[in-house]
Every structure is written in C-alpha cells, then in structure tokens.
Design a protein around this ligand. Structure first.
Ligand SMILES: [Zn+2]
Length: 126
C-alpha cells in the first residue's frame, strides 16, 4: 500500500483538504527516503507535487512549496557518485551569507560594504 508509487498519497489528501502546510510537511517526510537514495523518479514526482501545492496556495505556504520544489529538483540533477545526497544537503544549506550593504554617500544606492567605487555613480569610497 505504501510503495514508491503512492508515497505522496497522504500529502495529496492533505492538499485536497486545503491544508498546504500539512501537505508540504507530509511530502517532505515521504520524500526523505528518495532524497537519501537519490530516487530520481520519486524526486520528480515530489517536484511536481510541490509545484502543484505552490499553484494552489498563497503566502508562506506557496514560498515553502517553491523552496521544496527547488530543493528536490537540485537533488535530481546532483551527481550520483561519491557523497550522493550528502553533497546536495551541503550545497543547499551552506549558501554563502549575503554581503553586507551600505548606502552610497553620494547617490544613496545600496552598494557592497567593501566596495571601493560605487557601481551606480562612480563615487570613490576610501
Ligand atoms: Zn553612488
């Protein structure tokens, strides 16, 4: 009953019941084995499902659904050899921090804190 074909059945039922947050949580749990075993077919169905959730919801649920879709899609295309899914996890959770920004004293556009020349007006910062 809980074969790979219907690993999203419970999540789909939650979505049909208008509970996108619950649907995403259940889909996440249900897809975890596919992530760990690099089951591309199951991951592909999870991406489709997350996009369906996104299309049918708004606000934070929609954002989370799109994040899930992007994450699972990244798992599909990641190399199978070697570290496998661990590599995907590292890549997803170790994105570089955003560079700190300051307003340019001349034109007030937001520029990188360590910039030496404003890219908008050419003002030199010493
Ligand atoms: Zn400037």
């Amino acid at each position: 009953m809980t074969g790979p074909q219907d690993h999203l059945a419970v999540a789909r039922a939650a979505l049909d019941a208008d509970r996108p947050d619950v649907a995403l949580r259940l889909a996440w749990q249900a897809t975890m084995p596919a992530v760990l075993h690099q089951d591309d077919e199951a991951l592909g169905r999870a991406v489709d499902f997350a996009e369906e959730v996104a299309a049918r919801s708004t606000g934070s649920a929609r954002e989370k659904a799109l994040q899930n879709a992007a994450y699972w899609a990244a798992c599909v295309t990641s190399p199978r050899a070697g570290q496998g899914s661990a590599w995907s996890f590292r890549r997803w959770f170790s994105r570089p921090p955003r560079q700190e920004r300051i307003p340019c004293p001349e034109c007030a556009e937001s520029i990188v804190k360590d910039a030496r020349v404003c890219r908008f007006c050419g003002h030199r910062l010493d």
